[in-house]
Design a protein around this ligand. Structure first.
Ligand code: HEM
Length: 138
């Protein structure tokens, strides 16, 4: 089965677990914030808004996977994360992906290796794009 389909089904499951409590996003950020340098980046961020941004981001990353290039929205987000902006280095994206996969493993009742591989495959291209934009920034 194709990665996009497996990803979308799994995404639907984790989102609908608790649609108003944002439990999936809360657990994700709890994991991500184990790293003090990452937590520091979010010091002044309104997390309830961030949950919405993350949900939207995941869909932009799928769009990248399908189109094999960024849309305008993802381009803007990538620039916002560069050295002169939020300054998010590649190692933080490794933590981001790890936290995401661990949260899917925990929260998706139908998770298995294929599902986790699909998440990794779908998200990796967009992450590589964002870290490339970071490396090229000054
Ligand atoms: C593929 C990975 C990522 C995507 C698609 C993404 C996407 C986004 C989006 C859509 C926003 C909101 C932008 C806005 O409101 O204008 C945002 C903000 C932010 N992101 Fe990311 N992000 C990613 C990875 C990361 C990582 C790894 C970190 C840090 C560890 C990070 C830290 C932040 C911070 C600190 C904000 C600012 C929130 C604010 O000031 O309101 N992001 N990101």
């Amino acid at each position: 089965m194709d990665c996009e389909f497996i990803f979308r089904k799994s995404f639907g499951r984790v989102i609908s677990l608790d649609p108003f409590g944002n439990v999936f996003f809360k657990r994700f950020y709890q994991r991500l914030f184990v790293s003090p340098e990452v937590r520091e980046k979010f010091r002044n961020v309104d997390m309830s808004k961030q949950y919405i941004a993350l949900e939207r981001s995941l869909l932009l990353l799928v769009e990248f996977f399908v189109d094999k290039k960024p849309g305008k929205a993802l381009e803007k987000i990538a620039v916002r994360h560069t050295k002169s902006g939020l300054d998010i280095p590649p190692r933080m994206y490794d933590l981001w992906l790890e936290a995401m996969l661990e949260t899917v493993r925990e929260m998706d009742p139908d998770q298995n290796d294929e599902v986790l591989r699909a998440w990794k495959t779908v998200l990796s291209g967009g992450i590589k794009y964002m870290t490339d934009v970071y490396e090229q920034s000054n």
